[in-house]
Design a protein around this ligand. Sequence first.
Ligand code: SF4
Ligand code: FES
Length: 372
Amino acid sequence: MTLQPPIGLLAELTHRCPLRCPYCSNPLELTRAERELDTASWGRVFREAAELGILQVHLSGGEPTLRPDLEEIVARARAAGLYVNLITAGVLLNVERVARLKEAGLDHVQLSLQDVDPASAERIGGMKGAHAKKLDAARLIREVGLPITLNAVMHRQNLDRVAEVVETALAIGAHRLEIAHTQYYGWALVNRRALMPPREQVARARAVVDEARPRLKGRLVIDYVAPDYYARYPKPCVGGWGRSVITVGPDGKAMPCHAAHTIPGLVFDNVAERPLAWIWRNGPAFEAFRGTDWMQEPCRSCERREIDFGGCRCQAMALTSDPTATDPACSLSPLHDRLLALADADSLGDPDFTYRRFMTRPPVASDELSPS
Ligand code: SF4
Ligand code: FES
C-alpha cells in the first residue's frame, strides 16, 4: 500500500471543559492543564503537518476556547498554510474574542448542540445558562462572516426533537448540520443505558432527515451519522486506521484516532520527541491496524474490507477486549446479535447520567461481548 499523507490534523488543545456531556469522547482519565503543549510547540506541529501534506487542522478539546493563547494558535496554524476549523461549545465566546479569532485567520466554526430545549440542553451538558450563550455565540460568529457547521449529538433523550434541530440550524444561519448518533466509547459507554435509543425512535428520526434533505437542498447540507449498533455495516472509522487523520492530544501524544488510548498495549509517540512525519510513517500505534493484514475472519476475506476497514478498532476493543476483532456493529460479526440484544435492553435503561469529571481511574471496564 502506498501511504498517502493524512488529510486532517485533530489538535486536542486541552481536555478542560465547562460542559460535562455524558457522551464525551475524551479519555476517562483526562490530561491536566500543566501537561498541555505550549503555543510554540503547537506552532511547530502545524508547520510539520503542512510539510507532511496535511490541509486542515481541527482545533478541538475539551473546550479549546479555554486556552488563553487560542488566537495565537489559530494565527500559527494559518501561517503554516492550514485551513483552520474551531470545534467549540461556544459558551465562552464573546464579541471581542470572536473578532480576534477571525482576525487571527480562523476559517470555520463547528458548534456543538446538546439539544434545542434549553432545560434539556443544560441538563445534558451539565452547565446552567449554556444554551442561551451558545445561541448568542452563533450570532456573533455569523456576524463576523464565519461559516458554521452545527454538530448535534443525538441519543434517546433528544432524538424526538430532530426536526427542531434542523430548524435551529436554519435559524442560526449554519450552512451545514451534522446529526450524529452517539458513538459508544469513553463516557458514552459509561452512559449507554441512558443514551441508547430504541429502533423505532431511530427510524422516526431518519424519516425526518430524509424529508428535510431534499427540501433544504441549496440552503443547508445535512450529514447523518447512523447509530452504529443498528447499522448493517460499520462505518470506516476515522477513514480507516492510519489512513487520513492524525490526532494529537493535549500533552502531545500522537494517535491514529481520538480514542486510540483505550486500546491497551499500543505505543504512542509524542510530537515533543519525534517529527510528525516520522510518527505518521513509522509510529507503532499507526502501523498496528493499518491496511488489512491484521484482520481476522470474517473481515479478512470480506469484499468490504477496504471499504470500511473492519469498522472501529476502539469499539471492537470496548466490546470484545480484542482490537483485531470484527467490529460487533457489523451484521457479519458472530457477536452482532448479542450486541443488538444489548442495545434493545439498554434502550429501556435508567435515564440518569454519570457526568464526566477529572479522575484517575476509569469507572468501568466494558468487555461485555468478550468470551467468558
Ligand atoms: Fe466490514 Fe469486516 Fe463487516 Fe466485512 S466483515 S463488512 S470488512 S466489518
Ligand atoms: Fe478509534 Fe473508531 S474511535 S478506531
